[in-house]
Design a binder for this molecule. Sequence first.
Ligand code: ZN
Length: 266
Amino acid sequence: MFTYHEYEGLMWSCSDKLPVKHLFSGRLGGVGDWPYSTNPDPDWETVENQKRVRALWQTLFRGAEMPERVCLTHQVHGNLVRIVTEADAAFPPLRVLPPDCDGLAVGEKNLPIAVFTADCIPVLLCNKAGTAAAALHCGWKGTAKDMIGSGVAAMRELGVEPEDICAAIGPGISRCCFETGGEVPEAMAALLGADADGCFEPEEGVPGKFMVDLKEVNRRRLLQLGVKAENIDVSGDCTMCDRENRYWSHRATKGVRGTMASFILL
Ligand SMILES: [Zn+2]
């Protein structure tokens, strides 16, 4: 079950399936059009904006009682998960882009890791003993490239077997809004085989279009890899449906948007 939290105009949700500190941020309380931005665009990097970005992150970290440092990604819709250490920690606004990857994993205490999404599906993993965690950015391309498989492999590398993994699939575009061409269901079927049954359906009255449940695809991939159903939580929130009140939606804004961040730490 997910619960909502608010602090000084910011909002986020947490899952009771994850026994360690984590959050899925919403878009409220952001800085102009760029909440949680780490965009190093020179036009953006005015001293004034840097101060506002830093203040925003500080407020979020204070509200969530996290240490003021974080490991971040430069996401490329791939399937690489980096295992990070204290040496990777920084605090926004960043001076240089982090390495390309779509997921992070950590085995050290007190080191927050985060991924960014705005319709794509954020997935957070940890184990009950709290010795390893991962944050994954699962858009349809990353999902098709088995981002979940990379995340589970990283957890294994940190000493955690799939049956001990707890997973929270966060707010993202849901079946109600994720209309695609045939390439997406095809890729999901290639990933899941027969388990893809029911994860998508032809859109009524629109030839060649499908409605796809990307959260369910990621849930089923976790199950295929040995994560237990009772250890998986799925947010019911659709970022596109709830774009007014809670979330950024890449589709709804045609890309003119800020971004949400999903954090986890041990
Ligand atoms: Zn929707």
